[in-house]
Design a protein around this ligand. Structure first.
Ligand code: BJW
Length: 256
């Protein structure tokens, strides 16, 4: 049964973190909420308020209205570039430095973990900063941006699209294999700011727990996962993760 406690971090959890040889973290859009970026399942604002992000992040939306999807991603790319990593991103980067072995698995495409200093990182759903040819999949570094249409691949003429994973598309095989191996091998999995509804990422916590890991959810709200974790820390990750880091500094036994 999950323990619901935020302040202070339970002693047993701090001890388990300090003793862990391999810690993995799975993050979702919620970790970037305190950087001002909208999550998927919460209301958008302004120009995009009338669109459901879940319906724009699909191959069929791009086939039907590529300009709309391209403009939504261009807007989100600008938002991500203007945002700054928050205390939660920074605490994860610090955990990577302090712990003997740490892997960050993110569903986010905003690049904020890298900007906070995380290096040992797996991007499950791509990165909004990259663009690729929709036919050949080749990454394109530069493109002309016509005012009224979607840019095209200079080599084959197909439309360009963001290098992200849409619904019904398969995840990058290497990234998924690394994430699945980490879930099987880690001693502790931190599940942060994700609704735990989108697969295959949502299957990682169950896999970790089945392999004996301690699973910790960090989220202000309950999710379908909450009943199946060892600890549910209810609060914003920008507050909970620094507290977790502080608990490690206060007495964890396995830190470098
Ligand atoms: C805070 C906070 C704070 C707030 N601190 N927390 C039926 C038909 C077709 C497919 C399927 C089907 N059934 C299942 C599938 C598979 C499908 C799927 O899982 N669908 C479910 C919805 C049921 N998955 C796929 O299609 C995947 N591919 C696949 O399975 O391939 C095989 C296959 C092929 C063909 C057919 C079927 C299978 C691909 C999934 C790709 C997801 N892509 C997106 C877009 C990425 C690019 C972009 O960013 O635009 O990824 S969708 C979107 O969801 C995005 C996210 O990474 C992902 C997860 O969302 P996330 O991060 O959890 O965000 P939210 O908004 O949901 O939650 C935020 C959380 O934060 C909340 O809990 C808040 O409480 C919390 N929060 N503030 C901490 N301060």
């Amino acid at each position: 049964m999950a323990q619901n406690a935020f302040a202070p971090v339970p002693r047993a959890l701090a001890d388990a973190l300090g003793a862990a040889r391999y810690v993995a973290a799975l993050t979702g859009a919620g970790i970037s909420a305190e950087s001002g970026l909208a999550t998927f399942r919460e209301a958008q604002t302004g120009l995009w308020a009338r669109f459901d992000p879940r319906e724009l992040a699909t191959p069929s939306a791009f086939a039907k209205n590529p300009k709309l999807v391209w403009e939504w991603y261009a807007w989100r790319r600008e938002q991500a570039a203007a945002a700054e990593p928050n205390a939660g991103h920074r605490a994860l980067a610090e955990l990577e430095r302090r712990l003997p072995r740490f892997l960050l698995i993110t569903q986010n495409v905003d690049g904020l973990h890298q900007r906070a200093g995380s290096r040992n990182l797996v991007e499950l759903h791509g990165n909004i900063g990259r663009v690729k040819c929709s036919r050949e999949g080749t990454i394109v570094e530069r493109w002309d941006a016509p005012r009224d249409s979607v840019p095209r691949c200079a080599s084959c003429g197909a439309l360009l699209r963001p290098d992200v994973v849409w619904f019904e598309e398969t995840l990058p095989a290497d990234a998924l294999a690394q994430a699945e191996a980490a879930a099987r091998e880690c001693d502790m999995l931190l599940v942060i700011g994700t609704s735990a509804e989108v697969y295959p990422a949502a299957a990682l916590p169950a896999s970790a727990r089945a392999s004996g890991a301690t699973v910790v959810e960090i989220n202000p709200h309950a999710t379908p996962l909450s009943a199946r974790v060892d600890y549910a820390l209810r609060g914003p990750s920008g507050a909970v993760l620094p507290a977790l880091l502080a608990s490690l500094e206060a007495g964890g036994s396995g830190a470098k």
